[in-house]
Design a protein around this ligand. Structure first.
Ligand SMILES: Nc1nc2c(ncn2[C@@H]2O[C@H](COP(=O)(O)OP(=O)(O)OP(=O)(O)O)[C@@H](O)[C@H]2O)c(=O)[nH]1
Ligand SMILES: [Mg+2]
Length: 545
């Protein structure tokens, strides 16, 4: 019986033809259940949905894709045995699926079409309503000339999209949902926003939800809140949704299937930034390895998730050529990269033993990302390592020789910065880079003294050091960017933490640090142990006045 509905094709200018409405009403009356017709732009019935709350099939949704700048090319007209009222769920579905229109047709007690209610989406705007409800009319009196109407609406959407494209940047909405307090979550979102801007994204909104109960509760799809989030993302024309919490692979897929938004979590954002920044062969191999390790458990049975590695954020990665690779190929690739990294490690061992023969103490600068580590290396060794007010500027390790005013020489190294909850795949992959820290005789732990959650930063760095087995290496705590603190505050802060305050941008603040390092070195090794043989290669610090 329902087949008759499928074969139906209506004029492209009518939302639903009078004849189709009649058949729909008649069948609804006979089976005493609501029926929905999913209709294409060309007026063909694509799906027939029986029962309240049924949604277009995944196959249909996969065939008809929508984007924040276009509609899906499908409308849904449901019948209702009594009323023609559009429910909140209908309107949510309209927004989520970006349907051309959604409508409810009342069926009279005699099984005839009654009033038809229609709703359509509005072009995105900051405060504006997401949708417009049209006044219910009888089908043959419906004032909407569908083809023209939808063409104009899409042109509006397109224009919005273009003005938004002017900025050339992808836009993101940040989302946090956890049992933690709102204040804590907000603070984490501030860091997530820094990560996003470091990845060259524009953040257009942030949403925080405090979930109930202990443990890490995840957003459940179907929960009204998640639908809200997705609707807002659509309405604001966002390209990406970035969750501060890890998403379950299944959840990711479901969200992506229904919305066509790119959805990523914090780990993936960090991996993306690393991928953007990696320059050396070693760095690239390490990032690719971390991305694949992250991806592997997230591959669906059909391997569709691989398409996440295309181009752009949330997909920048191992590249097109590997798109068709299945799990096995990925495992092989992982093995291969592992071996390559093994090779780097061996090479590094040789370098290291060479260095050890030279018996120069190694001072390694460590710290939270953006603390000013590279700036400090530069000012101490007169180098030009790239520095920037963004996180994860440095990925590769740089080593420089440095001569202290008393003649002793050391090797000073600068390396990748740390961050709270550093993705474990990344930590594993950056083993060779981080292994350099094992040579350190002294760690120079640089802290951005002006950072709001400075103490949490210190703790995060110490946690990472601990997980690397480096918590026993002697440390000097250095509070950098003291120029940003009100006078007097830096001194108090340093006293409280037994730290040394500096401002790496202002060399005149460094003598106390240099003196302190000399003292620590004396404790480590006597001055006589250092030769003068390579004075020409090391940068000599100016003697103190
Ligand atoms: N005001 C102020 N800014 C500083 C100081 N030291 C560094 N900065 C700035 O802080 C930003 C980060 O400095 P970097 O040296 O790149 O920091 P990093 O720790 O190497 O960062 P990553 O390599 O990303 O981990 C840059 O914009 C620096 O100019 C300082 O003493 N005072
Ligand atoms: Mg750096």
């Amino acid at each position: 019986m329902l087949e008759r509905l499928y074969r139906r094709r209506m004029p492209v200018d009518e939302v639903i033809s009078a004849e189709a409405a009649k058949t729909l009403a008649q069948f609804t009356h006979e089976i005493r259940r609501p029926i929905g017709l999913v209709i294409t732009r060309r007026g063909a019935v694509q799906d027939v949905l029986v029962g309240a709350g049924t949604e277009p099939s995944p196959t249909t949704l996969a065939t008809f894709r929508a984007s924040p700048r276009s509609l899906r090319g499908l409308r849904l007209i449901r019948s209702h045995l009594k009323e023609q009222i559009l429910t909140q769920e209908d309107l949510t579905l309209l927004g989520l699926l970006r349907l051309d229109m959604i409508g409810v047709l009342a069926v009279t007690p005699k099984g005839e079409p009654g009033l038809l209610s229609l709703a359509h989406l509005n072009p995105p705007s900051a405060q504006g309503q997401l949708y417009t409800l049209l006044k219910p009319t009888l089908v043959h009196q419906c004032p909407v000339s569908f083809e023209t109407f939808i063409r104009e609406l899409e042109a509006d959407l397109q224009r919005q999209g273009e003005s938004h494209m002017m900025s050339q940047k992808q836009t993101a909405i940040l989302v946090s949902a956890s049992p933690k307090s709102k204040a804590d979550q907000e603070e984490h979102l501030t860091e997530l926003a820094e990560l996003a801007s470091s990845a060259d994204l524009t953040v257009i909104d942030r949403l925080v939800q405090r979930t109930q109960g202990g443990g890490r509760q995840r957003f459940q799809l179907g929960s009204g809140k998640l639908k809200d989030v997705l609707m807002q993302a659509m309405q604001k024309g966002a390209d990406l949704l970035i969750f501060d919490q890890d998403l379950a692979p299944a959840q990711l897929r479901t969200i992506e299937e229904i919305t066509d938004l790119t959805v990523i979590d914090r780990t993936q954002l960090i991996l993306d930034i690393f991928a953007q920044r990696a320059h050396s062969r070693e760095g690239k191999v390490q990032v690719e390895l971390a991305q694949l390790r992250y991806l592997l458990p997230r591959l669906s049975g059909h391997g569709t998730s691989l398409s996440r590695l295309g181009g752009g954020i949330g997909s920048r990665g191992p590249g097109e050529t590997k798109l068709e690779t299945d799990r096995r190929r990925i495992r092989e690739r992982i093995d291969h990269l592992d071996r390559e990294i093994e090779g780097f490690a061996r090479h590094q061992d040789q370098r290291r033993s060479r260095r050890i023969r030279q018996t120069f103490p190694v001072l390694s600068i460590v710290g939270y990302t953006n603390a000013g580590k590279s700036t400090l290396l530069n000012v101490l060794t007169n180098s030009q390592v790239s520095t920037a007010p963004r996180v994860f500027e440095t990925l590769d390790t740089t080593s420089r020789r440095l001569r202290f005013p008393d003649g002793r020489e050391v090797i000073l190294t600068d390396t990748v910065g740390f961050i709270r909850d550093l993705p474990k795949d990344l930590l594993a992959a950056f083993r060779t880079t981080l292994d350099e820290l094992r040579d350190a005789d002294l760690l120079l732990h640089v802290v951005d003294a002006g950072a709001k959650d400075m103490e949490a930063h210190i703790a995060s760095v110490n946690t990472v050091l601990q997980s690397l087995g480096l918590d026993q290496v002697p440390q000097v705590l250095i509070f950098n960017k003291c120029d940003r603190l009100p006078t007097g505050q830096a001194e108090a802060l340093c006293r409280r933490h037994s730290a040394i305050g500096i401002s790496a941008l202002h060399p005149e603040t460094l003598p106390q640090l240099i003196q302190h390092l000399e003292d620590r070195l004396t404790a480590l090794t006597p001055v006589d142990g250092f030769s003068q043989k390579s004075a020409d290669q090391a940068h000599t610090l100016a003697s103190r006045p």
